[in-house]
Write a protein that binds this ligand. Structure first.
Ligand code: S3P
Length: 171
């Protein structure tokens, strides 16, 4: 029997991956896994601590390992961290395990959604808007190359986004 494909959410910080992932999983009666959450639970420390002590490379190694593990599951919804597409290995593993959905948003929306955030080390390194614009320029082509479906999340609430995803991926 064919394995039930996973539904994998990719996209930048503040696109709504965790919120939409949780709602999507509930809507389809599937299990939900948030990669960042799983990394923190396994490590017993939060993401800023991991970046401080192990550097970004250390965090990326943990992320690659977690993506490998989560994608071995079947029929689950997975929310990835915004930088998951940076490594070619991750892009390949994500694509092979199911349907990849790019949650596309604007930098303006990201700025609003991350305004009071202290849990994202990459946004503490200078002007947040410039950091987000630079990341978008680098990563948008990677998100697009990895995704089967692109869904905008900046113009409506999470419920409407979930409805669109369900419509487009479960036919
Ligand atoms: C990161 C995004 C974060 C988290 C880490 C690095 C990134 O996840 O994985 O801070 O490189 O964009 P979210 O996209 O869930 O904020």
């Amino acid at each position: 029997m064919q394995a039930l494909p996973n539904l994998i959410l990719i996209g930048p910080m503040g696109a709504g991956k965790s919120t939409i992932g949780r709602l999507l999983a509930a809507e389809l009666s599937r299990e939900f896994y948030d990669s960042d959450h799983e990394i923190q639970a396994r490590c017993g420390a939060d993401i800023p601590w991991i970046f401080d002590v192990e550097g970004e490379a250390g965090f990326r190694d943990r992320e690659t390992q977690m993506i490998r593990e989560l994608t071995r599951r079947e029929g689950v919804v997975i929310a990835t961290g915004g930088g998951a597409v940076l490594r070619e290995e991750n892009r390949r593993v994500l694509r092979e395990s199911g349907t990849v959905i790019y949650l596309l948003t604007t930098v303006e929306q990201q700025l609003r959604r991350t305004a009071k955030d202290r849990n994202r080390p990459l946004l503490q390194r200078g002007d947040r808007e410039q950091l987000l614009r630079d990341m978008f320029a680098l990563r948008d082509p990677l998100y697009r190359a990895t995704a089967d479906v692109v869904v905008r999340t900046d113009r409506r609430g999470p419920r409407a986004v979930v409805n669109e995803i369900v419509r487009r991926v479960t036919r």
